[in-house]
Structure formats: structure tokens, C-alpha cells
Write a protein of this length. Structure first.
Length: 192
């Protein structure tokens, strides 16, 4: 897999401010929003997000004029990070590369659930993110299939639904989520 720009990467780059101080605030707001959405879902307080980021509410609104803009930016940033993980694992063995990416995908599902509550699936950002995700993770799955380490009676969409279903439930902690995900992935792997 070559270092190609994914459609979502272009969106993220266009949204991020160029001035260093503004970019720092923007990044802090995204990190704080991601954390707040994981804790409180789509009902997370914008004031709390600004406070967590160490900025005023005016700075939040300057960067994200609407609640929807914040949700979309956090979502695009998460998918972009997921795409970058796909590029970073290509030197690993096929199964390890796929498993690394899927573990990151499982973490991304927490943010996606909160965002899904706030946005509709017809949102343009969802389409772009889905396309980017398939472009990033699909080749990892195909590589694992060709290497004979992943089932060939399923496609990448099936795999994402499996992981989304497993991670879409509440767990006692991250260790339990990781354990259940590993059990599910054992059903995808052909030789252990």
C-alpha cells in the first residue's frame, strides 16, 4: 500500500488551521471532544469540551461554529487516523497488520457511536469516511486472505460489521472488549 491521500485526509487537512497556536487549540478541542463523546455520547457539553481543551467557549465556536461541525470534524479526524494506521502496518505480516488495524477500528467505534447519534447516515462526511475506510482497510483484509490467514467466504463489509457488532456493546473495561474482539477474530483467522 502506498502513501496515498485518502478523501478524508483532504477534508481533515482543509479544516485544520495553519497558524501553530490555532492548530494547537484545534487539536486540543478534537482530543477533548473525542474524550467527552466517549464518556457522555452525543449529549456531551460543549462547555465541558472547551474546558477540557483549556480554551474558552469562543475558541470552540470559532473552530466549530455548530455542534454538527464539531461532530463531523471529530469523526473525520478519527477515520483519518484509522487510514494512517493502515499505512503504518503494511510492513507487518498479513494477519498482524489486519489485527492491528482492526484493534484500532474497535477503538474508533466508540467515537462513531456518539457521532452516529448526532448525524444522519446520509451526511456527506459519512460517505467520504466510508470510502476512505474501505480504501485503507480493505487491502489489508485482501492481503490476509491471499496469504491464507483470513477466511475467503466473507468480504470486508462483513468483517467491519462483525467488529462493529462486537464492539457496539458495553463492556466492563477495555480488557474485556479486547478479549471478546480476539475471540471474534479467531473466527476470521484460518490458521492459528
Amino acid at each position: 500500500m502506498t502513501a496515498q491521500p485518502f478523501p478524508v485526509s483532504e477534508i481533515v487537512a482543509a479544516q485544520r488551521p495553519h497558524r501553530k497556536d490555532a492548530a494547537r487549540n484545534y487539536d486540543a478541542l478534537l482530543a477533548a471532544a473525542r474524550e467527552a463523546f466517549a464518556e457522555y455520547g452525543s449529549e456531551a457539553s460543549l462547555e465541558d469540551i472547551a474546558r477540557r481543551a483549556g480554551v474558552g467557549i469562543g475558541t470552540l465556536y470559532r473552530n466549530f461554529p455548530t455542534r454538527r461541525a464539531l461532530f463531523e470534524s471529530v469523526y473525520a479526524d478519527e477515520v483519518n487516523a484509522l487510514c494512517q494506521v493502515a499505512l503504518s502496518v503494511t510492513d507487518q505480516e498479513p494477519w498482524e497488520a489486519l489485527a492491528s488495524w482492526l484493534n484500532r477500528f474497535a477503538g474508533y467505534m466508540v467515537t462513531k457511536q456518539a457521532v452516529r447519534e448526532a448525524l444522519d447516515n446520509d451526511s456527506e462526511i459519512f460517505g467520504t469516511c466510508r470510502e476512505s475506510m474501505f480504501s485503507a482497510g480493505g487491502p489489508l483484509f485482501e492481503r490476509a486472505q491471499k496469504a491464507g490467514v483470513a477466511r475467503t467466504d466473507m468480504d470486508f463489509g462483513d468483517l467491519l460489521r462483525l467488529v462493529a457488532g462486537v464492539t457496539g456493546t458495553k463492556f466492563a473495561d477495555d480488557a474485556q472488549r479486547d478479549r471478546v474482539l480476539a475471540i471474534a477474530l479467531d473466527g476470521v483467522r484460518t490458521n492459528h
